[in-house]
Ligand binder design. Sequence first.
Ligand code: NAP
Length: 440
Amino acid sequence: MNQSPLHIGIVGAGPSGCYVADALGRKLPGARIDVFDRLPTPFGLVRGGVAPDHQGTKNIARQFERTLGKEGVRFLGNVAIGRDISCDELKAAYDVLVITIGALEDRPLGIAGENLDAVYGSGRFVAWYNGIPDGRDLDPKLDGKSVAIVGNGNVALDIARLLGKTPDELASSDLCAHARAAFAAARIEDIWLIGRRGPLEASFTTAELAEFGELSQVATLVDAAALPQQVPEQFDAEQRKLAEKNLDVLKAYAARGNQAERPLRIHFLFNAAPIEIRGEQRARELVLARTRSENGRAVSGGETFVVPADTVISAIGYRSTPLPGLPFDDARGTVANAEGRVEPGVYTAGWCKRGPQGVVPANRADSLAVAELILADLATRQASGKRGGALIDSMLAQRGVQPVDFAGWQKINAVEVAAGQGRPREKLTRREELLAASRG
Ligand code: NAP
């Protein structure tokens, strides 16, 4: 490797971007690493996706702060790639470009009625309650008695749990003020949590499932007859462990007594595939096909039934947003790549590489693997003469874009924490407020 400073650009300051920055910074002392984000704030899903009542998970942000505050690393928030700077310009500036933009777009359900009022994808709904500036004005309709949540992953559970918590149970969260007000005003009586396959195939994890048992106003309703007695032989060890533990919790829910007085019922509905959302202007009911699980697939015999649904939230996974200038795998909804390599000098990691799967530690492993790949490729690097951040800074200045740097983020952080008054923080949710706070 030659001795000229190596310029590395990372697009996306979420967990994957921070892990890549950390790994490359350690192995390549002297490298200049710029980490961009379209938002004025760093940490991606740790701030904007992880449930506001899961503060323990958010502690990882402290480690990412250390990474972004390191010598040689710069945070450039409030810079949208594709709008303020193009991918081609980034490729011209940096020796290594790593795309870690996650997967922000909701996968469509692909059923009739999906465009009715009061139907939301989980990405938009979560961005709203987590105060992402371009999602905070969603103002979802939560004024009805019945909410249907489609999907049996942890995102579906996050949404159902937050809707099921009392204001007191949300007191130690950093749920944004506008969402606290909306949840407090809601008069939901029934939440239908809908899995198109059976309880053994659910992808949610046991700790998250068990949290419903602790909610003071929530009745957990499970049809005992819908629960299999045992886990089939063909499940591998990992699937078996998860399925058995989930089954134990669901059996305990099914056996629970004294739930009649609880004002909010969560119905765990399995083997129910959505086929239509009905309503005039807005959603009124969700039509479901009864299914059975065959070799891991949901098979319908044609029987349908209906649940009332004044609001429908689909939590069925995400797709990445194509970036002009980069190849896109439309079928998978990811940046097109081979094990993280996109094209010479361009790499990708995290959800935009693999699809929207895995918790933060899984993305750490993925980012470390991509960093190793980059290091191996760099072993044969020739001097490029690229100018890195200096070139980008001059372009941004010419275009009137003012990035938020790490010191700017620290100022935002201080304002939010001070406003928390007993909560972890009160987030600023408007771009202008964030930019003003970043300037101090
Ligand atoms: P997920 O775990 O992949 O769950 C998606 C769910 O949507 C699955 O139950 C899937 O069913 C269902 N689904 C997909 N297409 C459907 C359709 N057309 N109709 C009906 N159902 C459909 O995804 P996620 O919940 O979005 O979570 C993403 C990742 O983040 C996961 O790795 C998750 O563990 C992680 N996460 C973790 C936490 C936590 O640890 N607390 C919190 C949030 C998210 P099939 O299985 O039948 O396809």
